[in-house]
Design a protein around this ligand. Sequence first.
Ligand SMILES: [Fe+2]
Length: 346
Amino acid sequence: MIFEQVATGGCQSYLVGCPDTFVAALIDPEASQIDRYVGLAARHGLHVRYVIDTHTHADHFSASRQMAARLGAAYVMHRSSPAPGVDIPVDDGDLLRVGNLRLKVLHTPGHTRDSMCLVAADRVWTGDTLLIGGTGRTDLPSGDAAALHDSLFQRLLKVDPALLVYPAHDYKGRTHSTIEAELASNPRLQQRDRAAFVAMMQSLNLTMPKHLTEALRVNMTGGKSVQQMLNEAAATVPFMSLAELRDRLDSPNSHLRVLDVRERDAYEAGHVPGAVSLPRGQLELRVNEALPDPTVRIVVCCEFGRISTLAASTLHSMGFQRAVALDDGLQAWREAGYPVRTGADP
Ligand SMILES: [Fe+2]
């Protein structure tokens, strides 16, 4: 088996390939690692045929839909998943043929209703149903502690105890375990009585994941995350460093227009000398009067360098091909001790 494990923070994703046919599956890809998966598949000469989410993730951004589109692969989830764009909705007992490898679907609801594990000859991808020394939580949308108990004790833990366990998360840098080791030492699996297990899960009192609302929105609707919007905008524009802009302010023939897209009060409290104010919210509607010459060289700035990236990308799409974004923002500009003017437009 060709096997790559990619950790992103505590999230684990996997590239699994057949060494005979070079067909592959990608399991639980994460949005910040898209280029890495493409590179790994290329390095091994793999054709990714399936992109699989083991469940609807609440704590990170799934890259599955994008990866499937980019790689010409099918997007696979359990049939109860709310995610749009699933090409192959699978059910308990289904087999995915990855060349000469077989991945068998075990529907294991509990962490979420659509949770599943994937069983291969020598290993099992457990999603968030079973973690090393733990289990997935059951207090997030569609979680059900009693269902998790049944999925663990009636289904997953009845597979061959020698199978290697590859979970969707590990926060301690461990890569894998075995069913046998988890049965022996996983504290949550020592609570085999259903009511006691449910009581234990309900008393965990865990903090909410950092991006819960946004991750669920993105993963359940196929919409974009804020970071994805920023990454896409950043890929369309060049940037200018703070020091470069500072130097060019002193140069009489730089022909630069500095466009400040913060709100008016922030602009008046302190802006780059010579900067023109055009708040981001008014950009499209006021751009014609503010920037009559589409060939002018524009540096777009804001407080932290994010809104300016979006604004520069918008300007590019409107035909301002020489718009660049400031690489950072006015906060860093002030901290660097660079010149600032206060008051209304020049
Ligand atoms: Fe999860």
